[in-house]
Design a protein around this ligand. Structure first.
Ligand SMILES: Nc1ncnc2c1ncn2[C@@H]1O[C@H](COP(=O)(O)OP(=O)(O)OP(=O)(O)O)[C@@H](O)[C@H]1O
Length: 243
């Protein structure tokens, strides 16, 4: 049974069909990469999965259960954690407080357990030394790490990562990929939207390419990147990554 399954999901904003009859599934333990040009509808797909946006048509299942009508906090409790493209920490709180808040309200943990989860997650995301810093003063890499940490504190079975490597230097992106590889080795199922193709290729088991709201290609990463249609769509974007 798939951990997550989308069945013919559609979403329009006025005349703009942003998600066009998309079906896809994610297996337990898998890392699925999602690629697509700007405005293709990738973040909307995450919004549909996390419940921030309701579909006009179609069905979304998690662990075999229809969750199409559930609110975002209910989906979070079921085990869907997400990071946002633009990090959204509570800037006036410390890194640790941000994590405890995510564990308390996202996962619904009692205080002492939320503290334990926060300590564990900070160690796993390389943020232990920054635990008492205000989130608003972090570097971009650490803001990205905190975005990841806050999602992990909700104890997700499925982790949705939205352009978490965006804006990072090569070296920083490599560090982040190493941390994600450790999470993957620990059994976390991930769906990762990313424009930094080489980062995605370093970890994804499978790729889906979205264009104009619909699936353009799907399969093993190397085969998808060698697809002439995918290369055409990416031409001028990251040509070296598809060579
Ligand atoms: N709430 C909304 N109201 C109207 N249009 C929207 C809304 N949300 C998204 N859109 C439009 O839907 C399209 C897809 O947006 P989306 O953010 O899903 O794309 P994306 O593939 O994630 O893009 P990027 O790679 O630039 O982040 C865009 O044209 C966007 O302007």
């Amino acid at each position: 049974m798939a951990l997550l399954a989308l069945h013919a999901v559609s979403k329009s904003y006025g005349a703009l069909k942003v998600t066009d009859v998309v079906s896809l599934s994610v297996s337990e333990g898998e890392t699925l990469g999602i690629l697509g040009p700007n405005g293709a509808g990738k973040t909307t797909l995450f919004n549909l999965i996390s419940g921030d946006v309701r579909p006009d048509a179609g069905r979304i299942e998690f662990q075999g259960r229809d969750m199409t009508a559930l609110a975002p906090h209910q989906r979070c409790r079921l085990g869907i954690g997400r990071s946002y493209q633009v990090p959204q920490p509570f800037g006036a709180m410390t890194v640790f407080e941000n994590c405890v808040t995510a564990a308390s309200f996202g996962a619904g943990l009692p205080e002492h357990e939320a503290y334990e989860v926060a300590v564990d997650v900070l160690a796993r995301t390389g943020l232990k030394a920054q635990a008492n810093q205000l989130a608003g003063g972090l570097t971009l890499l650490n803001r990205k790490r905190l975005e990841l940490a806050r999602a992990l504190c909700t104890r997700p079975k499925l982790l949705l990562l939205d352009e978490i490597a965006g804006g990072l230097t090569e070296h920083e992106a490599r560090q982040l990929v190493d941390e994600l590889k450790m999470l993957k080795a620990g059994g976390v199922t991930m769906v990762w939207i990313e424009h930094v193709v080489h980062a995605l290729l370093a970890i994804a088991d499978r790729l889906v390419v979205i264009n104009f709201g619909a699936k353009l290609a799907e399969g093993k990463p190397r085969a998808v990147m060698a697809d002439p249609e995918v290369q055409r769509v990416y031409m001028g974007m990251e040509p070296e990554a598809v060579a």
